[in-house]
Design a protein around this ligand. Structure first.
Ligand SMILES: [Zn+2]
Length: 512
């Protein structure tokens, strides 16, 4: 990729944001807007922070700022400097507080639908295979391939999880990730599991870059996988279907692939193992990477010698590969485990995931030309996550509330509630941190702690086990936009309009 004015402009903005580190208040002008903000985009990148509600963005901003030695409140995550922002109504057609399958369908197809279904119309009952077969909605991943674009999917969850699946699959049940939970009767009717759909996706020659977790959904038991129906090695079948296909499983392999893509960059180790240059390939390279058996490891739990790439590394590699297509690309990048950290009642986990998500956005902005690319950042839904009490300025965001005294100076000790017990700034309306039938103890704090909540909710997973997870929240989420077509981002909008914004940016709203 060549240097261009859009990239340079954004780099200058990045520097000014970095310089804010010592300032209390930003007096910076808004970021320079590319002149082509209303034109046609060659590329669209949609970043979805799964469960990244507004309170999560605020807490992550403080968390990130404090990790840089600041008080934190004045800090900005990179996407908070985008020139266009909207609020997004996330409800599903049958649910006030949504799930990720219904919300991802809204963004990928332009139609809201029921919770739990992927790219299936709202009339279809969840898990009804027969009804679903003639009510399939066409996702942007298919539309983009049909129109000659390359398509990429990057996530920290299993590649078959609801949000990534919405780019390429159809299913009346989000949990049909492999054939493990897909009933034989539904399979006989023609419903296919999501891993199978991913590897057999053949529109425009197949998906171009697919990076994430969830290896077990592609293999049968003899290969330590979850599949039960006799298709024991979908990865081998995917490789055999094209000589231009590469399968990788480690961070080093991803780095080597990227180095081969960019002649000027070489990995630190094992340069002798570089693959042949891409020009030797008969057609554009397609890459499938599964870096973990299930979801990728939480940032909070990764060992220093992890073999899993970061979300930023996967995003950068995907853009390098996709940018090879002169016709442009559509890329969906999900920070998928923000949601899981919250479900576990662990804000420290969720905030580390949000920080990694912001780094991925930053990496993308360093690579793309905003004169020809639309970059959107949003969440699919919120969580019941609050920032509460009256903590002093700069109070550690994961800590106990310390209030000011009557003079406005910090008190020497943590504040206590009506029972004399200290409390944390961060907390949840429900989830595993709820205390039932006993006095509330002094709370634990820190990255790995389960934070306190009110209601001990419980539900059933598809395997029948009990799930005490904290729940999603129903308030609006934010949408941030920069680049070509981002001037359409504004106001309070229905979530399915995000699809319209992307289609319009590509210049495909002409009815053909
Ligand atoms: Zn969730």
């Amino acid at each position: 990729m060549t240097e261009n004015p859009g990239v340079l402009k954004w780099s200058a903005r990045l520097t000014s944001v970095a310089l804010l580190a010592g300032c209390v208040v930003s007096n910076d002008p808004p970021p320079a807007e590319p002149s082509a903000a209303g034109g046609i985009a060659r590329n669209v990148i949609l970043f979805i922070g799964d469960g990244m509600g507004v309170s999560t963005v605020t807490a992550a901003r403080i968390f990130d700022g404090q990790s840089l030695g600041m008080t934190g409140e004045e800090h900005e995550l990179i996407f908070e400097t985008f020139p266009h922002v909207a609020l997004v109504k996330t409800y599903n057609t049958n649910q006030q507080v949504p799930d990720s399958a219904g919300t991802a369908t809204a963004m990928m197809t332009g139609r809201k639908t029921r919770a739990g279904v992927i790219n299936i119309g709202p009339e279809v009952r969840r898990q009804d295979c027969q009804e679903s077969l003639d009510q399939e909605l066409t996702p942007l991943g298919v539309i983009a391939k049909e129109r000659g674009k390359s398509v990429g999917v990057v996530t920290t969850t299993r590649l078959t999880h609801a949000t990534p699946a919405s780019v390429f699959a159809h299913s009346p049940e989000r949990d049909w990730e492999s054939d493990q939970y897909l009933p034989e009767s539904d399979r006989a009717q023609g419903c296919l599991d999501i891993a199978y759909q991913l590897t057999r996706f053949d529109v425009g020659g197949g998906l171009d870059v697919v990076l994430g977790g969830g290896r077990a959904e592609f293999y049968g038991g003899e290969f330590d996988g979850n599949r039960v129906g006799g298709q024991d090695d979908l990865i081998r079948e995917w490789l055999d279907a094209g000589s231009n296909r590469t399968y990788i499983t480690t961070r080093d392999e991803l780095a080597r692939l990227r180095a081969a893509q960019q002649p000027g960059i070489r990995p630190a180790q094992q340069p002798e193992e570089l693959p042949e240059p891409r020009s030797a390939q008969p057609s554009r390279q397609q890459v499938l990477g599964t870096f973990s058996r299930s979801h990728m490891t939480y940032v909070a739990e990764r060992p220093p010698d992890t073999t899993e790439p970061t979300l930023a590394e996967m995003t950068s590699a995907a853009i390098d590969l996709l940018a090879d297509d002169e016709d442009g690309y559509f890329l969906m990048v999900e920070g998928g485990r923000i949601d899981h950290g919250h479900h576990d009642g662990k804000p420290g986990y969720a905030l580390l995931e949000t920080q990694a998500f912001a780094r991925a956005v930053e990496a993308a902005l360093e690579q793309v030309d905003l004169e020809e690319t639309l970059v959107l950042v949003t969440a699919d839904h919120s969580h019941v996550f609050t920032i509460a009490g009256y903590p002093v300025r700069g109070n550690p965001i994961l800590g106990l509330v310390v209030e000011n005294d009557v003079t406005g100076e910090p008190s020497p000790e943590a504040a206590v509630d009506a029972t004399g017990t200290p409390y944390t700034t961060l907390g949840y309306a429900n989830g595993p941190g709820a205390v039932a039938d006993q006095p509330r103890p002094a709370p634990e704090t820190g990255t790995g702690a389960v934070y306190q909540s009110h209601i001990p909710v419980v539900s059933h997973r598809i395997d029948g086990s009990l799930d005490y997870s904290e729940t999603h929240g129903g308030e609006d989420v934010a949408l941030y936009g920069i680049g070509v077509g981002s001037d359409q981002v504004g106001g309070v909008i229905e979530q399915n309009l995000i699809f319209d914004i992307m289609i319009q940016a590509f210049g495909w709203d002409d009815g053909d």
